[in-house]
Write a protein that binds this ligand. Structure first.
Ligand code: AMP
Ligand code: GLY
Length: 417
């Protein structure tokens, strides 16, 4: 089977790394990165946008295209590929609105009675200003539209909310969602769907802020772990019954079926799970920890989901937990510096860790940094403690100037062991 993976980050390295271990799979990636190039043929799209990827697909004639990031899905890659006769895993543009518009997602949640934070949608600056005077604090302000993790602000008081409103409006436009602040532990619950059938993945947990103990500004994610103890069987059943199945059924009933990876970002509150956001793809870095634990059946599951035939399909999971520690460049998340030489990737891999590459490029003499999140050092262990230690042993082998990483990835999960 010829598979083309769209994207060039750590998540796409994890997808191609996993697929490369399965028999009968030949792999291409576009644009890919130096890590992905070790397991797949990387092709730069000849021009930007969906048309560039279509040209790549025309030259390969893949049996399956797997889309990693949200932007090409929101831009209609799936629609364009399907009308050219290509089989694609990833939602069509209409269904990708679940991530592209937080207001659309709230509308779906209201219609399908899916538990989420109480909210108001404001369309004008006056409406928003009036709303933040009435609302209970802390409150959460969210821009509508894709904001690469920068569109959410938690405000503790009115002056903070006013200042956040100004910033969000000037960066992302006037439509602002104002939302109740929820307390609890977050979990990432991702499922694979063919539009009707659902195959849940194990739960994982991201670490969103740049500093330890959930301090500092939000990032795309500084590390993740995947461990069967994050949710109980009862919690998983409740999430499937109250969040996932109602969403999939609602989208199908609307004539905009969701096929691909549906990611529910959840707050596990005292009243049960509540949805913080939907994403229409695998999380990054959650994917790195998830795919490290999948033993087999991945290519088959992706092909089945893209073909409307996911019923009865299963995945084979390792029981050992996994941990992915992200190494970020100097200046991330605000102004990531690029061009710093990276050393120690092979030594890290000699410790048994897998080093997924994200913002890297081949420099004149060595691999060098080329983006905010640079590497994701991933390892397993017989228990979570050992998985954490193994991942950090890999981290210790790697160096680049200004390297930032959190020291507490996975620590929250230790209380469940
Ligand atoms: P989102 O992009 O909507 O997932 O928001 C980014 C992050 O902001 C989440 O992962 C949470 O840590 C936090 N957050 C978002 N909405 C809420 C909420 N209603 N209550 C508490 N924290 C929230
Ligand atoms: N790690 C969070 C995300 O992928 O959106």
């Amino acid at each position: 089977m010829k598979i083309l993976v769209i994207g060039g980050g750590g998540r796409e390295h994890a997808i191609t790394w996993r697929l490369a271990q399965e028999t009968g799979v030949r792999l291409w990636a576009s644009p890919g990165n130096p890590g992905i190039a070790r397991v797949a043929t990387c092709l730069a799209p000849p021009r930007s946008g969906v048309d560039g990827y279509l040209q790549v697909a025309d030259s390969i004639q893949p049996d399956l295209t797997v889309v990693g990031p949200e932007a090409p899905l929101v831009a209609g890659l799936t629609d364009a590929f399907q009308s050219r006769g290509f089989r694609v895993l990833g939602p069509a543009r209409n269904a990708a609105q679940l991530e592209a518009s937080k207001i659309f997602a709230k509308h779906v949640m209201a219609e399908a009675a899916i538990p989420t934070a109480g909210y108001r949608v404001t369309q004008t600056p006056d409406e928003a200003s009036a709303c933040i005077r009435d609302f209970r604090y802390p409150l959460v302000l969210k821009a509508d539209g894709l904001a690469a993790g920068k569109g959410v602000v938690i405000a503790d008081n009115l002056p903070e909310a006013e200042s956040a409103l100004r910033t969000l409006r000037s960066s992302f436009g006037p439509r602002i969602l104002i939302e109740e602040f929820l307390q609890g532990e977050e979990a990432s619950f991702i499922v694979l769907s063919d539009g009707r059938n659902v195959l849940p993945l194990e739960a994982s947990q991201d670490h969103k802020t740049i500093h330890d103990d959930d301090k500092g500004p939000n990032t795309g994610g500084m590390g993740a772990y995947c461990d069967g103890r994050i949710l109980t069987a009862a919690q998983t059943a409740e999430i499937m019954d109250r969040v996932i199945r109602p969403t999939i059924h609602y989208m199908e009933a609307q004539g905009t079926p969701f096929s691909g990876f549906l990611y529910a970002g959840l707050m596990m509150t005292q009243q049960g799970p509540k949805v913080l956001e939907f994403n229409v793809r695998l999380g990054d870095p959650e994917a790195q920890s998830l795919l490290h634990r999948i033993q087999g059946g991945f290519a088959n599951a992706l092909f089945a989901a893209a073909s409307g035939k996911l019923g009865g399909v299963t995945l084979d999971w390792k029981s050992s937990p996994s941990v992915c520690v992200v190494l970020a460049s100097a200046g991330y998340p605000d102004q990531p510096r690029t061009g710093d030489p990276i050393s120690g990737v092979e030594q890290a891999e000699d410790t048994g860790a897998v080093v997924f590459q994200a913002g890297t490029r081949a420099g004149a003499t060595a691999l060098e940094t080329a983006g905010g999140r640079v590497l994701g050092v991933t390892a397993a262990g017989v228990d979570l403690r050992q998985a954490i230690d193994n991942a950090y042993r890999g981290v210790a082998a790697i160096h680049f100037d200004g390297m930032q990483f959190r020291k507490d990835i996975g620590r929250k999960g230790l209380k469940r062991w």
